[in-house]
Structures are given as structure tokens and as C-alpha cells.
Design a protein around this ligand. Structure first.
Ligand code: MN
Length: 443
């Protein structure tokens, strides 16, 4: 499943000094992919790899001829304006390129001046969504999140029985997925105001975020040909941060019995950098179910998934209000947790998705669902932290939030850290809520 090799050796350093700073998200052991171009450019986007405070322009690198053999074929795909073809090429392309890039960027590499000429400062680039996403599916796989949400509505209720038997999901919307920096208008929709007996059509009054991870599909499968759980990891390219913005008042009214619609389809934000499954290898963890809990059906169970299906990705959520930004105050930290607590693994989500005959394609995007942990400070959505708006959260400067206000910027961060492995990070996923537009007909 996942193997450690020389590219994970924590003692290795880069010749680029900024990559060796202890708190840096992008040391030579990470090598995440994005699609970008210089901020001032109107030219084509191209694939890039992050190293320290720089991006290695893969199109420029390909032009140098420094990379040869099978890694050169992979580099040509990774340099394209979208990562679709590279994602679809699978581990046979991903692994040689990872080794070649590591060799070029590690201390002692030859041709450092040539590679240095292919670097762009991260401070001076603009990003695009890294691939043309065909389909987006958002799961609901954190038991703690599901329990917290149920208890806000029904204090003594447990999750629905199916939660423990299958990774629940709905088919989402691609057209409004944006890259970090996304700014969107508070959506209009139907909801029933507290105490009212009929719905109104009005700007959402209960805007929320959801701290999730986005899992990028690599090679797909033909319709009718399921992907076995034991093979699922071969179909996973990498992971980014994902904010599934949610209009809670609209959601509560519209989702029964077919699921969310307006509540989720106005904006979803992804981080630009995709950390590969290869880079995450040191952070795999056993996945288990308590002996007295429901055990998965055979198609959702495999020895490798038990041995290391979970991933210890640490996450935190920060909120930067317009007032705090104007006053020069730092963002408020709302919560933090780890993906290792998730009730279902990324591989189980993928295997379940394909199990009924659904074909997946390279660069399909899978949202993990909100990631909440077992204690109070580990909730991945404001509805949980503020108990459905009833217990507003203090964000400093005399401000409180039951739900998000116009001008609020939500920042997700993720990283992996443990003794004996290099710390690697995901960068940031940020997005901003703008005031509602006037409704159609009023403009
Ligand atoms: Mn979600």
C-alpha cells in the first residue's frame, strides 16, 4: 500500500534554505502539486511543485531537459495547464517524478542554478483549481460531526443506523468550486425563520463553513467495474483542504428527503496544493472499529485498510472578521482536530463510491465530510461550536459568532507532524463571505 523510501528520509534537506525552516509546509519530503502562473501574467497556467517559499515551474523545468526517462514523460503531463492527465497516469508516473524532483531539490543535487532559474516566489503567483473536475461527491463520515449535528436538533438521538454501515454521501456541484481566495455572495434560498409557520425566500441567515479534506481521484474505473478496497489506494492521487460552505437554515428546510441543494451549491473552496498519497506515507495509521461497534461488510474491509487506512492529518480553522482585518488583529482560532478520527477512510469512500457500478474519472473530487474530533474544541463546523447559533463563539475584539457574518474570511490549515518524519503541510484554504446580491428581478 504505502511504502517509505529515500524521499521520506527526515534527515535530508534542500539546497533551498527556505525549505529547511522547521515550520515550513513545503520541505523536500513534501513536493505537493498545484496549477499556477505569475500573478502579473495573463499567460497559460502550468503545473508546479512547492519547495520552501518557492514554486518549481514544471513547464520551465521540462524545457531544461534535466529530467529524463519515465520521469520526463510524467513531468510533461504534470506541467500541463490542468493536472487531469497526470492524475490519470497513476502511480507508475507519480513515483518516478517524485524521485526525480527530490533528487533535483535535495542538498547535493547537480544543476542547482538551472533548477533555481525555474523557481517562482509563492508570494507572486496566482492559482487555478488544479484540474478540470468531472464530478464532485461530498461524504459525511465523521461520527463526532454527525452526532454533534443530530444532538443540536434532537438531544437524545444517535446517528441514523445506516451511518455505521456505509460512508454516506451526496452528489455535489462542480461549477462553483473555487480555489483558495474565493469570494462569494451569501446565497438566497428558502427557509423557515424561527417561530414562523411558512418559509421565506431571503439571504441565508445561518452561514457556516465545513472543515474537510478533498481527495483527488487518480486512474478511474469503467462503469460496472467496481474498485476493490484492496486496490483503492492505487486510484487516489492526493489530498487538499476543502471548505464545504453550508447555508444551514436553507439546508434544514430543503434537504428532506433528497439532500442538500441550494444549501451547498453556491460555493466550495479547495486549497491550491495537493499533497500526494506518496508524501503522506509516514503519517498512515491503523483504522479500527471498537469490538462492540458495527463491523464493515466484506467489500468495505481489507487487511491493508485495517493496518494503515487512517491518516493523521492535523487541521485547524481560523476566522478573520472584517473588523479584525481592519484593526490589524490576527485571525481567531476556532478549532483543531485530526483526520485520524474519521469513522470511514478515504479508501473506503472510493471503494463504496464505485461499488454500485458508478465510474470514477481522473480528477473527480471526493469531499471527506466535515472532520470533527471527539472533544468540544475539535468541531469542524460553526454549527457545532456555537450549538446551532445558541452559544455564540468569542472571536476577540468584542465580537462573537453564532454563524458567519458578511466580510468574514475562514482559513483552513493542515499539516502532518511526528517524531522521526519530516513535518509536511497543506498551505491554506481561505474564502470570504460577501453580502448577498439583490435577488433576481430587483436588479
Ligand atoms: Mn460537507
Amino acid at each position: 500500500m504505502t511504502r517509505l523510501d529515500a524521499t521520506h528520509d527526515p534527515s535530508r534537506r534542500s539546497w533551498l534554505a527556505s525549505a529547511n525552516v522547521a515550520t515550513c509546509d513545503f520541505p523536500v519530503q513534501n513536493l505537493p502539486y498545484a496549477v499556477l502562473r505569475p500573478r502579473a501574467s495573463h499567460g497559460p497556467f502550468r503545473g508546479a511543485v512547492a519547495i520552501g517559499d518557492q514554486a518549481l515551474d514544471l513547464a520551465a523545468l521540462a524545457a531544461t531537459g534535466l529530467v529524463t526517462g519515465s520521469a520526463a514523460d510524467a513531468l510533461a503531463l504534470a506541467a500541463e495547464p490542468t493536472l487531469n492527465a497526470f492524475m490519470g497516469a497513476g502511480p507508475a508516473a507519480w513515483q518516478p517524478l517524485r524521485r526525480a524532483l527530490f533528487a533535483l531539490l535535495a542538498q547535493g543535487a547537480h544543476a542547482q542554478d538551472t533548477v533555481r532559474a525555474c523557481l517562482l516566489p509563492l508570494a507572486d503567483v496566482q492559482y487555478a483549481v488544479p484540474a478540470r473536475i468531472g464530478d464532485y461527491t461530498d461524504f459525511y463520515t465523521s461520527l463526532d460531526h454527525a452526532r454533534n449535528c443530530m444532538r443540536i436538533m434532537y438531544p437524545d438521538a444517535d446517528v441514523t443506523p445506516n451511518f455505521r454501515w456505509l460512508p454516506q454521501a451526496y452528489h455535489g456541484r462542480v461549477s462553483t468550486i473555487g480555489v483558495s481566495g474565493q469570494r462569494f455572495h451569501r446565497p438566497h434560498g428558502q427557509f423557515v425563520p424561527r417561530g414562523a409557520s411558512a418559509p421565506v425566500f431571503a439571504p441565508c441567515a445561518a452561514m457556516d463553513y465545513e472543515c474537510e479534506l478533498g481527495v483527488w481521484v487518480g486512474p478511474g474505473n469503467a462503469a460496472g467495474e467496481p474498485i476493490g478496497l484492496a486496490d483503492a489506494e492505487q486510484h487516489l492521487f492526493g489530498i487538499c483542504l476543502l471548505n464545504d460552505w453550508s447555508a444551514r437554515d436553507i439546508q434544514v428546510w430543503e434537504m428532506q428527503p433528497l439532500g442538500p441543494f441550494h444549501a451547498k451549491n453556491f460555493a466550495t473552496t479547495v486549497s491550491p496544493w495537493i499533497v500526494t498519497m506518496d508524501a503522506l506515507a509516514p503519517y498512515r495509521r491503523p483504522w479500527s472499529r471498537a469490538a462492540d461497534d458495527v463491523q464493515p461488510l466484506p467489500y468495505l474491509d481489507a487487511p491493508a485498510n485495517r493496518a494503515q487506512g487512517a491518516i493523521d492529518i492535523q487541521l485547524e480553522v481560523l476566522l478573520h472578521s472584517a473588523q479584525a482585518q481592519e484593526a490589524g488583529r490576527a485571525p481567531a482560532r476556532l478549532s483543531g482536530t485530526s483526520f485520524r478520527h474519521q469513522y470511514w477512510t478515504a479508501a473506503q469512500m472510493l471503494a463504496h463510491h464505485a461499488a454500485g457500478g458508478c465510474s470514477l474519472q481522473p480528477a473527480d473530487l471526493i469531499g471527506t465530510g466535515t472532520i470533527s474530533g471527539p472533544t468540544d474544541g475539535e468541531a469542524g463546523a460553526l454549527i457545532e461550536l456555537a450549538r446551532g447559533g445558541q452559544r455564540p463563539v468569542d472571536i476577540g475584539g468584542g465580537e462573537q459568532r453564532g454563524f458567519l457574518a458578511d466580510g468574514d474570511t475562514v482559513i483552513l490549515r493542515g499539516w502532518c507532524e511526528q517524531p522521526g518524519a519530516a513535518r509536511i503541510g497543506f498551505g491554506e484554504c481561505r474564502g470570504t463571505v460577501l453580502p448577498a446580491m439583490a435577488p433576481a428581478g430587483a436588479r
